[in-house]
Design a protein around this ligand. Structure first.
Ligand SMILES: Nc1ncnc2c1ncn2[C@@H]1O[C@H](COP(=O)(O)OP(=O)(O)O)[C@@H](O)[C@H]1O
Ligand SMILES: O=P(O)(O)O[C@H]1O[C@H](CO)[C@@H](O[C@H]2O[C@H](CO)[C@@H](O)[C@H](O)[C@H]2O)[C@H](O)[C@H]1O
Length: 453
């Protein structure tokens, strides 16, 4: 039986348990795929809340402090909060060896093994049990859509994907996403699918249970949704088509239609009274470009030429009204199952503040995200296949136009500005997370700077 003495007393600022855990976590956190601040050393770690989920499993919210200048669009050094699930055992079973974070060598946890509880099927099983029984546990609130029964005993499987968060699949029937980087407020990945379900939009799996915290501030922590068995994501399908020499135009056309349907449903589900003028958007894009170029020197020679895309945006026709959108649309965010496209992960670009991600934007931003993704896919082949990407882009826009009633291809200035803004975001994203991928968005930067399309 694990010792639980470390839980008492927890001082108000959590210093007591953190003294034993801090050193271990400081080593482990920066190595996690979902840790966003890899560009700066982690210098401080503070406990914001700690709750015993069940014996031997702690739920933690920790605040990281980092020294150095944050990348643009990133968090300030003091305000990153992460959600952790830690297992504590005296004797860790060998099958959990890979989950070990370390053994505390002093303080209330001295001698105990601390490990990543998400890798422990016992913990993920008990987490589902908590979600199946709505209620309160310290600052945590477990809630559900009572009309959808979740059976007991579904076997858990932690997804081993390149993710910004962590997901556990239960019996190929449900998937739980545990948000890692926590910001105060409702997460759009809960808010938007709930609202779309209310509209009867079947393109987005509807949340069946979720949990949130009330301390230190209200924030969404995790969402359970139906799992689409046998689904393949758009990225895998596009790469497969490229490998076999197939076109992807029929799929891209259907995807365009599906995305237009989601946009139409979003506009009714979460109506927006905001009117953002193109010149305000253009100013924000210019600011992001300059900040990104400050951080990534390779962008600097292109700044002047790229800026012209934003100048043109400021004076072009206003385009479709702003509304709630997906916010980080790419081929990895769409799943093909049973001959239909589904859209997932409405969190928006993870590095942007939550308020910005929850505000209204032009739907062209999502369209540009998907167009960039076809380019990313085509560049995975050598020699790269520009014609393949061009056809997919055309087909996607044609499908979108069929359903939306307006044609993105006729909004050249808007599309160019949003595509440029997205490519700038991608340069930063790759610089921070996958430097080897930098040539992919940099090729688009060159194309957009030189040819303007
Ligand atoms: N409802 C679902 N059905 C099937 N697979 C899913 C579902 N939701 C997510 N996935 C799988 O989980 C992966 C990660 O989900 P995602 O929401 O994109 O997480 P993250 O925000 O961490 O990137 C997706 O790429 C997809 O393969
Ligand atoms: O899916 P996430 O919410 O974690 O989105 C982030 O990571 C994506 C990569 O996993 C990144 O997408 C970029 O790379 C994709 C290929 O791996 C490509 O299809 C996208 O077009 C490209 O933007 C995304 O930008 C980032 O927010």
């Amino acid at each position: 039986m694990p010792k639980t003495a470390y839980l008492h007393p927890i001082t108000a600022d959590g210093i007591q348990p953190m003294a034993s855990l801090g050193g271990l976590l400081r080593e482990w956190l920066p190595r996690q795929r979902w840790f966003a601040g890899k560009d700066r050393p982690l210098t401080d770690l503070r406990l914001l809340s700690m709750t015993e989920l069940f014996p031997g499993c702690l739920h933690l919210l920790v605040q990281t402090g980092q020294s150095g200048v944050p990348a643009p669009g990133g968090a300030t050094p003091a305000d990153d909060c992460y959600q952790l699930l830690l297992g504590i055992q005296e004797h860790l079973s060998p099958r959990l060896g890979r989950a070990l974070i370390g053994r505390a060598d002093f303080g209330p946890l001295a001698g105990l093994a601390v490990y990543d509880a998400l890798q422990d099927p016992r913990s993920t099983h008990l987490l589902l049990e908590r979600l199946r029984h709505p209620g309160t546990l310290g600052p945590l609130r477990f809630e559900s859509d009572a009309s959808v029964p979740v059976p007991a005993g579904l076997p858990p499987r932690l997804l081993d994907a390149e993710q910004s968060n962590s997901s556990v699949v239960y019996g190929d029937a449900f998937i739980l996403k545990l948000f890692r980087r926590i910001q105060p407020g409702i997460n759009p990945d809960l808010e938007v699918p709930v609202a779309l379900a209310g509209q009867g939009c079947g393109r987005v799996p509807a949340p069946v249970a979720w949990f949130r915290t009330t301390h230190p501030q209200e924030a969404t922590l995790g969402v359970l949704q139906p799992f689409l068995p046998g689904a393949s994501d758009g990225w895998a399908l596009a790469l497969r088509a490229l490998a076999t020499g197939d076109t992807f135009t029929a799929e891209a056309h259907e995807l365009g239609r599906a995305m237009a349907e989601v946009h139409l449903a979003l506009a009714s589900a979460l109506p927006s009274c905001a009117h953002t003028d193109n010149d305000v958007t253009a100013a924000a894009m210019t600011e992001r470009l300059e900040a990104a170029a400050h951080h990534v020197p390779a962008l600097r020679p292109f700044v002047g030429a790229l800026r012209t895309a934003f100048t043109a945006l400021a004076t072009c026709d206003p385009g479709p009204p702003v509304q709630r959108i997906h916010g980080d649309l790419h081929l990895g965010q769409v799943l093909h199952a049973g001959r239909e496209w589904f859209v997932i992960d409405f969190e928006g670009e993870p590095s942007r503040p939550l308020a910005e991600r929850r505000s209204a934007h032009s739907p062209v931003r999502d369209i540009a995200g998907m167009l960039r993704s076809f380019d990313y896919a085509a560049r995975q082949r050598h020699p790269w296949r520009p014609e393949w990407a061009r056809r997919c882009r055309e087909a996607f826009c044609a499908g979108y136009a069929d359903r939306a009633g307006w044609d993105p291809r006729k909004k050249h200035a808007l599309l160019r500005a949003y595509e440029t803004d997205r490519a700038v975001y991608e340069v930063l994203y790759e610089a921070r997370h996958r430097p080897d991928w930098m040539p992919v968005p940099m090729a688009a930067i060159e194309r957009l700077a030189v040819r303007g399309a």
